[in-house]
Ligand binder design. Structure first.
Ligand code: NAD
Length: 494
């Protein structure tokens, strides 16, 4: 392999390891998942230190926003693995009633996981959990932007996982592009949509399927008919956590002018409560990840009025929690995903205009609606589209493993979390095992194609049968018969 670029060598080794078949054994998958779980528990301090250096995250915030979720996902995969990986029976037609028909999930092969920097453990290791559970090999490429975390991952993962099956490749765009030249069986990318297109183009060369976890502008509509103090508290949390660098952070608020002042007042109160009078010295308030992003976000304030915050410090990449008013669709801050602690408020005349405003734009990753009217919430669900809709809160849908997480349209394709990650990184193989008996039944499909055969074929093909239910019923009958027999024998003897 000498002479090959390092990235090519790594992928070749991962493929060779996959072809040994060891990643397929359920016991091996479980041992790797448990290794990952141990890493998270035993190396908490190293993980937290790196995130503090990268994003000024406190240790408790790291636990709350990244590690607890990963622990839950690993535990779920460990406890459900045998069920997820088992053959899945399906309904059959009368034509196949005597046969074995099921879906067998099987590993795809070698998966490339490209992570982003904002929650670097969550977005990189969460797909890895599914890749391991599904029996794949995975090449892990953490983001170079969160460089301390990337280094820690490179050091720690090989201590707890099979390093041939799950190698870590660090580096920047050059290394990622070298990786993208290789053939993978799936690419799981988290990041911005511009690079998402680069990834998809590279994947197309090998016809490799992709999952793209992208971002965009997630709107937050506040209906005037709702408890504004609770709504603003939840919005303040969802917006300013991780300094606004959250893919599902509410990007902007839509509300009627009559409640705007109250919204600003409530958010100001919550900022003070969460981050004190001086967020810059508050350990729970993060920093912008890089100077490039700092300057980009500061420039977005241009042309809008600062109602709260607005203070910046380039030396620390600090931007205060900020609310912007006098914002229109044409304002700079409305031209791209903010991904920082600026919260513009856009006045609209009511629900109709909010729906129109949302539908005129790209489909968002998350849509937030605050209202005490169920009817209004259901209308929002019916009349808009987004990766997810969350009513009367922010972000927390991410924590539910049973809800598929992902975008739609320009906010992404594919979804994951819990069993969805397992399925996303598996091939759902259709298996039909016929017997060589009962050839008479097949006469209906062999020429000559008579009208009578067609009538039978219609019955055989269109009648759907839940064979599993039949089997369960037959087992129940057998059990009852056996019990009756035992009782009868017992009564005869006594
Ligand atoms: P980033 O800059 O770290 O890029 C992501 C990955 O792409 C990195 O690993 C990087 O090496 C690679 N990359 C960057 N430029 C490349 C290029 N030209 N060619 C090949 N690879 C390249 O992260 P980012 O894009 O700044 O992340 C922020 C974006 O990610 C936001 O849009 C956010 O909404 C989105 N995001 C989405 C989710 C989600 O789950 N949907 C989660 C987190 C972040």
């Amino acid at each position: 392999m000498s002479g090959m670029p390092v990235e090519q060598q790594v992928v070749a080794r991962a493929r060779k390891a996959f072809l040994t078949g060891r990643s397929k054994a359920l016991s091996y998958r479980l041992s790797q998942l448990k290794g990952l779980r141990r890493l998270i528990t035993e190396k908490q301090r190293d993980i937290a230190d790196a995130l503090r250096k990268d994003l000024h995250k406190s240790e408790n915030a790291t636990q709350l926003y990244e590690m607890i979720g990963l622990e839950g996902e690993i535990d779920l995969a460990v406890s459900h693995l045998s069920e997820w990986a088992a053959p899945r029976p399906v309904e059959q037609s009368l034509l196949t009633v005597a046969d074995e028909v099921y879906i067998q999930p099987e590993p795809l092969g070698v998966v490339l996981i490209i992570g982003a920097w904002n929650y670097p453990w969550a977005v990189t290791v969460q797909p890895l959990i599914g890749a391991i559970a599904a029996g794949n090999a995975a090449v892990i490429k953490p983001s170079e932007v969160s460089s301390h975390t990337s280094k820690v991952m490179e050091e720690l993962l090989p201590l707890y996982l099979d390093k041939e099956l799950f190698p870590v490749v660090t580096g920047g765009v050059v290394q990622t592009q070298e990786l993208l030249k290789q053939r993978f069986d799936h690419i799981f990318y988290t990041g911005n949509s511009t690079v998402g297109k680069v990834v998809m183009e590279a994947a197309a060369r090998h016809l490799t399927p992709v999952t793209l976890e992208l971002g965009g502008k997630s709107p937050c509509y506040i209906d005037k008919d709702c408890d504004l103090s609770v709504a603003c508290r939840r919005i303040t949390w969802g917006k300013y956590v991780n300094c606004g660098q959250t893919c599902i952070a509410p990007d902007y608020i839509l509300c009627e002018p009559s409640i705007q002042d109250k919204v600003v007042k409530e958010i100001r109160k919550c900022i003070k409560e969460f981050y004190t009078d001086d967020p810059k010295t508050c350990p729970d308030y993060s920093r912008i990840v890089s100077l490039r992003h700092f300057r980009r976000i500061v420039a977005l304030m241009e042309g809008s009025s600062v109602a709260i915050g607005g203070e910046t410090d380039e030396a620390q990449c600090y931007i205060a929690p900020t609310v912007l008013t006098e914002v229109t669709s044409e304002s700079k801050v409305m031209q791209e995903e903010i991904f920082g602690p600026l919260l513009p408020i856009i006045p609209i005349s009511g629900t109709d205009e909010a729906i129109e405003f949302i539908n005129k734009r790209e489909k968002p990753l998350a849509l937030y609606v605050f209202s005490s009217s169920d009817k209004m919430i259901k209308r929002m669900i019916a009349d808009t589209s987004s990766g997810a809709l969350l009513a009367n809160d922010c972000l927390v849908h991410y924590t539910l493993s049973d809800l598929p997480f992902g975008g739609v349209g320009s906010s992404g394709m594919g979804h994951y979390h819990g069993r969805y990650t397992f399925d996303q990184l598996s091939h759902l193989r259709s298996c039909l095992i016929k017997k060589l008996r009962m050839e008479r039944v097949n006469q209906v499909r062999y020429p000559p194609h008579t009208a009578q055969k067609l009538r039978w074929a219609r019955l055989f093909l269109l009648k759907r049968v839940d064979v599993g239910q039949w089997r369960r019923a037959a087992q129940a009958v057998a059990l009852v018969t056996l019990a009756a027999y035992v009782v009868q024998r017992f009564l005869q003897k006594s």
